[in-house]
Design a protein around this ligand. Structure first.
Ligand code: ZN
Length: 602
C-alpha cells in the first residue's frame, strides 16, 4: 500500500461551533514533523490566518502524548517519533461565508484551508478524508455534499473520501445539512447543485438553466480532460451574494429571492443576478483553477502572492459570465447591454480609475481591493469591473482590427491550450503577448494603455463599431445603478460629492475627491445632522438636495465624534456618470453582422 495521510473531521460540539480534526501521518519526519495551516484561501486574496481559529492542539503516537510546539502563527512541530503520529485539533467554526468554516446545530460547512493543516514536506501524498457525523440526535437528516471522490461512503453520505494530494484536499468545500439536491448532465459530464436553506425553488428549471450555462462555457473552451464531475454548493439566506471557485465545484451564496419559484417564467433581474454568479464561478474552472498565473503555480498558502494578472482571471471571467447568458439565449441583447451599462457606471463613479490601473489593482489586491476603506472610491479601481471592460475593449478592438477574423474568444482558446491544458503557469506578460500574436497587427500600445494606463477606455467608439450607442446621463439618485435611460426630468441638478450611509442616522460614507463635500471640509464618518438648519434624515436627504441649484450655498451641520461642526458648502452641478447603451437601429449591415458575431454563439 502506498503511503497516505488520514484526515478525519467531526462536529465535536455544534452548539459551541467546534470541529475536531485528526491528522494521522504514517511516516512522520523522525527529526520532528511540522504541520502548517494556510494563511489564505485561493480565490480570495487576503491573509486570513486560519490557524487563529485553532483553540486546542495536541499530538499522540502509540497511545502516548507527543510534545507539540508552536513555531509561528500557522505552524506546529511534533517531537520525532518512530511510529505513526496523530495531530488532534479543535477548531472554532463560525464564519458563514464561502471562504470560511461554519458549524451549528443546523448544518456544517468547511473549506479545507480552514480545518486541515498540511503535513509539511509530504504535501504530495494522497489523503483519505473521513467525514464523520455529529453525535445524535443532531444531524439526523443531514447529507454530505462535496466533489471529493467517495471511497467508503454512500452517495451524499458520511464516510471516507479520497484526494490525490494536499492541494486537492483544500480545493473541495463540504456542505453538510438538510440539502435540496438537483442533478443534471452537461455534455455528458455529471453535475449537481446542493442547496442549503428553505428555498422552495423550481429545481427542474434551475437544473435546466445551469445546464444551458455550463454547456455554453464548454462550447468556448471544451471539456477539460479531468472534469468528470462538478458540484454547485449554494447557500440561500434572506440576503447574501458571493461565490468562490474550485476545480470541481464552487461555493455560492445568493439571496433566497434570487431563485425561481415553481410557476415563475422569464428571467427577472434578480434571477439574472444569480445566473451571472454561477456563470462566473463556473467559467473559473478553466480561468484560474486550471489556467493560472505562474505566481500561483503552485500556490504558496503561507503568505501573499503577487501577480498583476488578476484582471485576466477575474476581469475576463466577469466579461464572459454575462456574455454567456446572452450568447446562450437566456437573456436578450438589450438585457445584456443593461448589465454592461451598469458595469461602466460602477467604474465611472469612482475617481480611483484615474489613480490605479487594473495591473496595479491586481498586484495590490491583498492590501487595497480586499481592505477597502472610506477612500477606496478615490484610490482604487476594481480589477473585476474595469477588468471586464478591458476584456470588452480588447475583444472589440481585435474584431475591429482583423475585420472579425480574430476575437477574445480566440485568445482564450489559444491561452487555454498553452497554459490550461499543460498546467504551466501563465507568465506576467503571457496574456498580452498572446493578444499581440493573434492580432497580427501592432496593438501593444492599445493594450498598454488599457492594462497599465489610467485614462478612459475607448468604449464609445468601439461599441459604435458593433452598432451600440453609448450614452451618459446624470444619476437619478442612490438607487440608480445605471444601464437604463432613466426617468425624464427626475435627475437632480446638483450633487454633494459624497455617498451617505449609516443605520438610520445619515453618515458620510464616501467623500469624493474634488467634490463639494470634500471642498467644504466634510470627512468620511461625519454624521449629517442638518442642512441649512433643518434636521436631515436618511429618507429625505435626496429629496432635500433636489431643491438646490449649482452655485447655491448651504450650511452643513455634522457631528464629528461628539463635536458639532457647521461647514459651508457650495453646491455643484451633478456629474454625468451614469451609462446606458442602446442598439442603434440605423447601423449598416456589416455592423449588425459584427454585433451578432459578438453576442451570438458560433
Ligand atoms: Zn471570480
Amino acid at each position: 500500500m502506498t503511503a497516505q495521510h488520514r484526515y478525519a473531521i467531526r462536529p465535536l460540539d455544534p452548539a459551541a461551533h467546534l470541529f475536531e480534526v485528526c491528522i494521522t501521518v504514517s511516516e512522520p519526519d523522525p527529526a520532528g514533523q511540522e504541520f502548517a495551516m494556510p494563511a489564505w484561501i485561493p480565490g480570495s486574496y487576503m491573509i486570513r490566518d486560519y490557524a487563529r481559529h485553532v483553540v486546542a492542539a495536541r499530538a499522540e503516537s502509540d497511545g502516548r502524548d507527543v510534545g507539540l510546539r508552536k513555531l509561528d502563527k500557522s505552524r506546529w512541530r511534533a517531537d520525532g517519533v518512530a511510529r505513526e503520529l496523530t495531530l488532534v485539533l479543535e477548531i472554532y467554526a463560525h464564519d458563514d461565508s464561502v471562504r470560511g468554516a461554519h458549524l451549528d446545530l443546523t448544518h456544517a460547512f468547511f473549506n479545507g484551508t480552514c480545518v486541515f493543516p498540511a503535513v509539511v514536506g509530504q504535501e504530495d501524498l494522497p489523503c483519505v478524508v473521513d467525514i464523520q457525523p455529529p453525535e445524535k440526535p443532531v444531524g439526523r437528516h443531514w447529507r454530505v455534499a462535496t466533489a471529493m471522490r467517495r471511497q467508503d461512503a454512500p452517495e451524499y453520505g458520511f464516510g471516507t473520501h479520497v484526494v490525490n494530494n494536499y492541494a486537492e484536499l483544500v480545493d473541495h468545500p463540504v456542505e453538510i445539512g438538510q440539502l435540496s439536491i438537483g442533478e443534471f448532465e452537461a455534455n455528458g459530464v455529471p453535475h449537481a447543485i446542493a442547496i442549503r436553506g428553505n428555498t422552495r425553488v423550481d429545481m427542474a428549471r434551475l437544473c435546466h438553466d445551469l445546464q444551458t450555462i455550463c454547456e455554453q462555457h464548454m462550447l468556448l473552451l471544451g471539456v477539460p480532460a479531468d472534469l468528470d464531475r462538478y458540484l454547485f454548493l449554494l447557500h440561500a439566506p434572506g440576503k447574501g451574494y458571493g461565490g468562490l471557485e474550485h476545480r470541481w465545484s464552487s461555493a455560492n451564496i445568493c439571496s433566497r429571492d434570487n431563485l425561481p419559484a415553481r410557476g415563475d417564467e422569464g428571467v427577472s433581474d434578480s434571477y439574472r443576478t444569480f445566473l451571472g454568479l454561477v456563470s462566473h464561478e463556473y467559467f473559473h474552472l478553466w480561468n484560474v483553477k486550471r489556467m493560472k498565473p505562474a505566481a500561483f503555480t503552485p500556490y504558496d498558502l503561507s503568505q501573499e502572492t503577487h501577480t498583476s494578472l488578476l484582471w485576466v482571471f477575474e476581469g475576463v471571467t466577469s466579461y464572459y459570465d454575462d456574455l454567456a447568458l446572452v450568447r446562450s439565449g437566456m437573456i436578450a441583447p438589450e438585457s445584456y447591454l443593461e448589465l454592461l451599462g451598469q458595469t461602466i457606471t460602477r467604474v465611472l463613479r469612482g475617481s480611483g480609475r484615474r489613480r490605479q490601473s487594473v495591473a496595479e489593482s491586481s498586484f495590490d489586491a491583498w492590501t487595497k481591493f480586499y481592505k477597502q476603506d472610506a477612500n477606496a472610491a478615490n484610490a482604487i479601481v476594481s480589477y473585476y469591473a474595469k477588468g471586464s471592460l478591458v476584456a470588452l475593449v480588447i475583444d472589440l478592438q481585435l474584431r475591429h482590427e482583423t475585420e472579425g477574423k480574430v476575437s477574445l474568444d480566440d485568445v482564450m482558446k489559444a491561452a487555454w491550450q498553452r497554459w490550461g491544458e499543460t498546467g504551466e503557469g501563465m507568465p506576467e506578460d503571457g496574456f498580452e503577448t498572446m493578444c499581440v500574436d493573434l492580432a497580427g497587427v501592432n496593438i501593444r500600445d492599445f493594450l498598454d494603455a488599457a492594462i497599465r494606463g489610467t485614462g478612459e477606455l475607448p468604449l464609445e467608439s468601439l461599441l459604435k463599431s458593433v452598432g451600440v450607442e453609448y450614452h451618459l446621463r446624470r444619476s437619478d439618485g442612490a438607487k440608480d445603478k445605471g444601464g437604463k435611460p432613466g426617468g425624464e426630468g427626475n435627475q437632480p441638478d446638483v450633487w454633494l460629492g459624497a455617498n451617505l450611509g449609516g443605520n438610520g442616522k445619515p453618515t458620510f460614507a464616501v467623500v469624493h475627491n474634488g467634490g463639494p463635500a470634500e471642498t467644504a471640509g466634510i470627512a468620511p464618518g461625519d454624521e449629517f445632522v442638518a442642512l441649512d438648519g433643518l434636521r436631515i434624515s436618511a429618507a429625505d436627504a435626496e429629496a432635500r438636495a433636489r431643491r438646490y441649484k449649482p452655485g447655491d450655498k448651504s450650511n452643513i451641520t455634522v457631528f464629528r465624534g461628539d463635536e458639532l461642526i457647521t461647514l459651508r458648502l457650495v453646491w455643484e452641478e451633478a456629474p454625468v456618470d451614469t451609462c446606458y447603451l442602446v442598439i442603434s437601429d440605423d447601423a449598416a449591415e456589416e455592423v449588425v453582422a459584427r454585433r451578432k458575431a459578438w453576442l451570438e454563439s458560433e
